[in-house]
Design a protein around this ligand. Sequence first.
Ligand code: FE
Ligand code: FE
Ligand code: ZN
Length: 292
Amino acid sequence: MKLGCHVSMSSPLYLEGSVQEALSYGANALMIYTGPPQNTLRKPTNALHIEEMHELLQKNNIPLENVIVHAPYIINLANTIDLEKNKWSVEFLKQEIDRVASIGAKILVLHPGSHVKAGEEVGIAQIIKGLNEATQQDKGVRIALETMCGKGSELGYTFEQLSQIMKGVDHPELFGVCLDTCHIHDGGYDLSDFESILNDFDTLIGLNNLLVMHINDSKNVRGAKKDRHANIGLGEIGFELLNKIVHHPSLKEVVKILETPYIDGHAPYKAEIEMFQSETFKENLEDIVKAG
Ligand code: FE
Ligand code: FE
Ligand code: ZN
């Protein structure tokens, strides 16, 4: 099982500290942002303790393939209303791909974008254009377009839309998908029929293009389009379903990342990873996490 979680990346140890944090939860995979997710202040990568990170990963037999990077939310390749912002997004994405390559990671998760009321088809065409501009060269990094829930004017909330984007780009081999369980549930997919979701995914996108998964429960009912993550087993999807998905034989090689909320300032990941390892729900999960 390749299972980890979102971890911080901050002073003084940066990426080395990220791996330490993941190890402290019993994770063998991790996801980081190259800086604050909501802004674009980025430190030069030579300050990020990359070598120390690689050494620590190696010492713990964690391949670099298990290190996932998430691009900041404010990149919006779908924007056709504010073209300055769109241009800036493409430029930032280019730099982000370079940063991921310097770190040695292979997968960059990206929210496809929001059409900001210009319409879905216009937005999708703009996403394809932006992706093409940002990926003229192969830097050894694949972009995993994340399944979204369709909140506001978000695109990428159906496999059809993601498939359309992947068919439209010049270099489809540089792309794949990140499947987020909370997002597809909020977008209307019925996770209790996961086999047919996988079949649809395989038909439209190809299971070989499923690069990474985000494993989250959801605070809202199916189709709510809210995107509020819940702790594993404490939401509308439930432990049983999520556990089945995490242990699905067809997804054995896919890196799975938890992005569940902190409880009273405590990271829930150690306890949640243990639940998946033992395939047993902890009834008192909240108390365990709060106790630190
Ligand atoms: Fe995301
Ligand atoms: Fe996600
Ligand atoms: Zn989300």
